[in-house]
Design a protein around this ligand. Structure first.
Ligand code: C2E
Ligand code: MG
Ligand code: MG
Length: 603
């Protein structure tokens, strides 16, 4: 192997200096104390902790000098840095190298500098003392100066370690993990394949329960116990990092097979499950990522590790290898969640479409359901089936429903003025029912648009109804008392109790399309649908079948006594103008101003 050139050595030395983040930092008493002590000890007017940068000597600490740096050229400290050995110049005027230096020109005669060397052998600069008279320097004084230089370096290391070691476990933290990954890129072949693992000791909920029950100290104990166990299995050669409150990361040895690594991690989890004192209150999971040294960005690696460990915590397998597809799905959900807020404020992205509801016995259009559509500027049309479950978990659910209701009422008012006395149904989320002012707001908006409450129907899915019964029923009763029609949407898909459902003041039940699709070919579905229709009728409710696509389905529903239908067979969700045209196409002139739209000849 060839020896590194002086230029390479200097580059590595400068890199070590930069990594310590010392250059151009403000004065610090811990260093100044040592510098003052040096000046006093040797009875000299000037002392400094002088760091050798590319083209300057920068003083981290100084006594007796006004400026904070001098040019590197002809500076004795630079010689100390390059040779990494002590330099004593009894009289600068006698030394041909420094006779014409910047220092000599400013009246300096004596110089002594001890190298400031890191543990791994890089010399950052010098701890120097300077006199204005020629002077000798005894061996004892040399030792004294070297000791002071060592004290400076101890301080440097201490400050550097602070913020790099987790105070609870004493294990290197995320900053150190990132730095070590960057260093690996220098030491190891570029693109070398490695495996990284992240052990997550507990889910977010377990974490919060543990703190609540045991206090922070109890959590610290769980973390320290796991850290001890992990350190023991990793051995002294592999470094463990404490990258989050309950998360530890490490790299596998080069060349380790993915399957064997996962088996080994699984075995560790089993061991933990039998030995750890915290095994009953926490369940650990592990994420594994294959990375390429120097090519995988450390922050991205950690994110992928978290993501895999999180998926592992949710799934059946406790060790999970990062999956790009799952991650892409997660990232898309996250993006939708993040960008929906902007869509609510941007007039061009959201719109409502209207799907007709048809009375089976007469063929009349009795109303319409308003459905939200989102055209994302980059992703194109995103279906509500995809974005609603995402935004329903955020604070945007409230604003979204209000946006939908406001738009739908505005449209309805226009239609009413034009003589189309429609009823519009809107879908609301479970969280809306928990808003204390929701009912009052809806009724106020109806009045503001000069619409009767009966012109609005509110659809709530069966599962939303079940999520917070008591609070939800207050809102529901308020709406019903105000005259708003309530419908149970997606009926048959939730796990609701019939006892509860019949206590809900819902006038309408909408049988989920899952039961309707292919009903004419499926005896079991026919029995279920006929039973649901009978049950609802017995309870005095109007039954709507969703997602009717074929004449056969419609025929069965008519025979079973279903009241209304909605589906592609009659009309798809349409823009308001198209919906008007759809209705008009089935009109017989003259245009009526009656309470209902005219009969629609379908199916
Ligand atoms: P939903 O309320 O049960 O709406 C019926 C869904 O079935 C609509 O899907 C509609 O386009 C679709 N559909 C109607 N007839 C047929 C048919 O014959 N065949 C098939 N294959 N599909 C049919 P969409 O518009 O994609 O909405 C999906 C769900 O998203 C809705 O189910 C509703 O739960 C939710 N959603 C839509 N708009 C809103 C809204 O403004 N607020 C809330 N909270 N949820 C909404
Ligand atoms: Mg609906
Ligand atoms: Mg539905």
């Amino acid at each position: 192997m060839s020896h590194p050139s002086p230029a390479q050595l200097e580059a590595a030395r400068l890199d070590a200096l930069r990594k310590l983040d010392l250059l151009d930092t403000p004065p610090n008493e811990a260093f100044d104390r040592i510098t003052r002590m040096a000046a006093q000890l040797f009875k000299l007017p000037i002392a400094a902790v002088s760091l050798t940068d590319t083209d300057r000597q920068w003083f981290k600490s100084r006594v007796g000098v006004a400026h904070c740096s001098i040019p590197r050229e002809h500076a004795p400290c630079a010689q100390v840095a390059v040779t990494a050995s002590m330099l004593v110049i009894p009289d600068l005027q006698d030394d041909p190298r420094y006779r014409d230096s910047h220092l000599a020109a400013s009246g300096v005669r004596f110089y002594a500098g001890a190298p400031l060397s890191t543990r791994d052998g890089y010399c950052l600069g010098a701890m120097c003392v300077i006199g204005l008279e020629p002077r000798s320097f005894s061996d004892t004084e040399r030792t004294g100066l070297a000791d002071l230089a060592a004290m400076v370096m101890a301080q440097v290391e201490l400050q550097h370690a602070l913020g790099r070691v987790d105070p609870v476990s004493g294990i290197p933290n995320r900053t150190q993990f990132f730095d070590d990954l960057a260093d690996l890129a220098i030491d190891r072949p570029a693109g070398e394949a490695r495996l990284a693992a992240l052990v997550n000791l507990a889910t977010v909920e377990q974490l919060s329960n543990a703190v609540r029950a045991m206090g922070a100290a109890g959590l610290d104990e769980i973390v320290c116990e796991a850290a001890r166990m992990l350190r023991a299995v990793l051995g002294p050669t592999r470094r463990l990092y404490h990258v989050g409150v309950t998360q530890f990361a490490f790299l596998a040895e080069p060349g380790v097979d993915l399957e064997r690594f996962c088996d080994w991690l699984g075995a560790w989890l089993d061991l933990r499950a039998t030995n750890m004192t915290s095994r009953f209150v926490t369940t650990a999971s592990i994420g594994v990522v294959a990375l390429e040294i120097g090519r995988t960005a450390p922050a991205g690696l950690l994110r992928d590790l978290y993501s895999a460990a999180h998926d592992a915590a949710e799934g059946a397998r406790r060790v999970r290898v990062f999956s790009a597809e799952q991650n892409a799905a997660f990232m898309r959900r996250f993006r939708l969640m993040n960008e929906f807020g902007a869509a609510l404020e941007d007039d061009g992205q959201l719109r409502l479409v209207y799907q007709p509801k048809v009375e089976l016995a007469t063929g009349r259009c009795v109303g319409t359901e308003a459905l939200l559509r989102w055209r994302h500027p980059a992703l194109g049309e995103v279906s509500p089936g995809e974005f609603f479950p995402v935004i329903e978990q955020t604070s945007l659910a409230r604003a979204t429903t209000r946006w939908v209701i406001e738009r739908a009422l505005r449209q309805l008012a226009t239609w009413h003025r034009a003589g189309l006395a429609q009823q519009v149904a809107v879908n609301v989320s479970a969280v809306n029912l928990l808003e204390p002012d929701f009912c009052a707001w809806v009724l106020a908006r109806l009045r503001a648009h000069d619409l009767p409450a009966t012109a609005l129907a509110i659809e709530i899915t069966e599962s939303a109804l079940m999520s917070n019964r008591q609070l939800a029923s207050l809102t529901l009763e308020g709406l019903a008392a105000g005259g708003v029609e309530l419908a149970i949407d997606d009926f048959g898909t939730g796990y609701s109790s019939l006892a509860y459902l019949q206590s809900v003041p819902a006038k309408v039940v909408k049988i989920d399309q899952g039961f309707i699709r292919g009903l004419d070919r499926d005896e079991r579905k026919r029995v279920l649908v006929a039973t649901m229709i009978k049950l609802s009728h017995d309870l005095g409710q109007v039954v709507v079948a969703e997602g009717v696509e074929t004449v056969g389905e419609a025929a069965f529903l008519r025979g079973a006594g279903c009241d209304q239908v909605q589906g592609y067979l009659y009309g798809r969700p349409m823009a308001p103008e198209d919906f008007e045209r759809w209705v008009c196409a089935k009109w017989t002139l003259p245009r009526p101003r009656a309470a209902h739209l005219p009969e629609v000849a379908c199916a």
